[in-house]
Design a binder for this molecule. Structure first.
Ligand SMILES: Nc1ncnc2c1ncn2[C@@H]1O[C@H](COP(=O)(O)OP(=O)(O)O)[C@@H](O)[C@H]1O
Ligand SMILES: [Mg+2]
Length: 283
């Protein structure tokens, strides 16, 4: 769906490169994530891909066509959820969406009520957006990005600043979009969001990609291939995963008393991030 080779970018007036030669591909139907601390260059990459920033160097192909060859029809194909909700505050939620819908040749008549319902905003449909909470604005932002039924969706920090309930709602909706075959590119500085959503994640730091893999592979690769068993007595022992079923010590241990918990020793994505990049994700 997207192929990026040696992408470089420097903001006018800046004395160094913000993006220092990025290579990545996004496959059709996947959720691909950029995970990195604030200032890493995540939003800059997305702004280039949704054509708000020009003047980049390198090769960017979207749907087998060079990005700079795409005309206005590109915007029919993509949906963009900006990092900060930027709505018309005096207009209602419905009026905001109607206004943005008027920019598109809608493929089919969208069901506005269903969209609002999906994000629990039906009651607020006709309320001015200035009366919305931050979470409501973010949810409106989300349905505004997808109302024209795009195949390719860019979401910049879709869960940032949301309480756990709202964040969970948005994550669920993103997974539903994937189930419909959409391709989704998200940026996040939250390891939980990356871990729960992404088929593959790129770690980005200081304008460079350090590694790209699935969260599961990363956690396994950088964790210990072992299982830790804790008994109710408080006794606690580690066993290698390799040939665990034939490990007589392990088998004896789990028969020895009642088990309190068993867990594999895979790393968290946060730990992997520090291990790979030497930097923390910050808050
Ligand atoms: N309009 C701009 N002009 C100059 N520098 C910018 C501009 N926008 C972002 N930057 C700088 O580019 C770097 C990457 O920013 P950004 O892509 O927003 O990072 P992220 O989204 O990962 O937090 C930061 O150092 C930021 O200060
Ligand atoms: Mg950003």
């Amino acid at each position: 769906m997207i192929q990026v080779k040696d992408l470089k970018f420097q903001y006018p007036g800046s004395d160094s490169l913000t993006l220092k030669g990025l290579d990545f591909n996004i496959e059709q139907g996947e959720i691909f994530g950029f995970l990195g601390p604030s200032g890493a260059g995540k939003s800059t990459v997305q702004k280039i891909l949704y054509k708000i920033l020009s003047g980049y160097k390198g090769e960017v192909m979207v749907k087998n066509k060079a990005l700079n060859k795409w005309g206005k029809d590109y915007f029919e194909q993509i949906g963009v959820g900006f990092e900060l909700p930027n709505h018309y505050l005096k207009l209602t939620g419905k009026e905001n969406l109607d206004l943005f819908a008027s920019f598109y040749k809608l493929k089919s008549q969208r069901n506005l009520e269903q969209l609002f319902e999906q994000v629990d905003l039906l009651d607020a449909l006709n309320k001015p957006v200035e009366a919305y909470s931050k979470g409501m604005k973010m949810r409106l932002n989300f349905i505004r990005a997808i109302q024209h039924d795009p195949d390719l969706i860019y979401l910049d920090e879709p869960t940032s600043g949301l309480d756990p309930v709202n964040a969970q709602k948005i994550k669920q909706l993103i997974l539903e979009l994937k189930a419909k075959g959409k391709t989704i590119f998200i940026t996040t500085h939250s390891m939980h969001t990356a871990d729960e959503l992404c088929d593959r994640v790129a770690f980005i730091v200081d304008g460079e990609i350090r590694i790209i893999d699935s969260p599961q592979n990363l956690k396994t690769k950088y964790g210990k291939e072992a299982v830790n068993v804790k008994l109710k007595t408080g006794e606690n022992q580690e066993f290698p995963l390799k040939e665990l079923g034939c490990n007589t010590e392990f088998l004896q241990f789990i028969k020895q008393g009642e088990i309190n918990r068993i867990h594999t020793m895979e790393a968290t994505l946060d730990e992997v991030f520090i291990n790979v990049t030497g930097k923390s994700l910050g808050v």
